[in-house]
Design a protein around this ligand. Structure first.
Ligand code: ATP
Length: 268
């Protein structure tokens, strides 16, 4: 929490405000970029439209994502400022359950910010964090931004990359390189959502704990079964279902008229 703000428990948007506070706190620590705050706003708008809950298509995608990470040879979790601020301990847990390496990779890149993110991850229990300083010594030519600098032990050789809150350019480049790209993105219309191999349309604060839980459940399954689960997902279909859910909610809300209480809205 920032020093100035106390969020009353009974506030109807308490959870959403707590998440904002967490981001602001990490912005002040140099973890979150100012553009990260704006990106969160775009995510929040879609969360509103989706009813701020994990939907069926999101759960299906989480299952496929867990299976893809558990069957990958070199799974990697790519971490930016917002992901570290909102899900550091789940990132560490997921890495422990799936064997995925953790790599910091940033659009708005600076050594200080990478180190600040590394600190948050280490405080959450990470023992190894790739992509810091000189470690990001490899280049992915297909990527135009600073995100092209990667760790040769991580994203460069990864066959599956989890990219929470990603930009479309990098998703496209990673997919072109033949990698399985798993995105967590509340906006089912974003280029990232549309281009990724598996798209979890959900808030990272709900998606990551769910992904950890389902990975724990699936880790004892045999590899063939896991490969089947991963390949069964039709990403275009689940994205279409997420868009359709938004559409259905908006239609119902429109039928109810111009004013609707938050409580009523959450039931739709
Ligand atoms: P693209 O380049 O893929 O079309 P974009 O330009 O919208 O997407 P960014 O500005 O990098 O990409 O924003 C990051 C994405 O992260 C947005 O699509 C936003 O919906 C999503 N996002 C932001 N906060 C969250 C969150 N807490 N959980 C899940 N997704 C989020």
């Amino acid at each position: 929490m920032t020093k100035e703000t106390k969020i009353p428990k009974e506030h109807p948007r308490a959870e959403s405000l707590r998440v904002r506070e967490k981001l602001l706190e990490h912005y002040n620590m140099g973890v979150v970029a100012h553009a990260g705050l704006i990106a969160h706003g775009r995510g929040e708008a879609f969360d509103y439209l989706l009813g701020e809950k994990t939907t069926e298509p999101a759960l299906e995608a989480v299952k496929a994502a867990a299976a893809a990470l558990l069957t990958a040879k070199h799974p990697v979790i790519s971490v930016n400022g917002n992901a570290a601020a909102l899900a550091a301990s789940e990132i560490v847990k997921l890495s422990q359950v799936t064997g995925a390496r953790i790599e910091v990779n940033l659009f708005y890149c600076s050594v200080e910010r990478k180190k600040a993110i590394e600190r948050v991850l280490r405080d959450a229990g990470a023992t190894k964090v790739l992509g810091i300083g000189e470690d990001a010594s490899a280049r992915i030519q297909e990527i135009g931004s600073e995100r092209r600098r990667v760790d040769p032990r991580g994203i460069l050789i990864a066959d599956a990359v989890l990219v929470p809150l990603e930009d479309g350019d990098r998703t496209e480049a990673l997919v072109h390189m033949g990698k399985n790209v798993i995105a967590i993105d509340l906006n089912p219309l974003s280029r990232t959502a549309q281009l990724a191999t598996v798209t979890i349309v959900d808030n990272i604060v709900r998606a990551m704990p769910t992904l950890v839980r389902i990975s724990e459940e699936l880790r004892t399954e045999n590899k063939e079964k896991l490969k089947e689960i991963a390949s069964e997902l039709d990403n275009k279909r689940t994205l279409g279902e997420a868009i359709d859910l938004i559409n259905q909610r908006l239609t119902k809300l429109a039928e109810k008229g111009t004013y609707i209480s938050l409580l009523e809205m959450s039931k739709i």
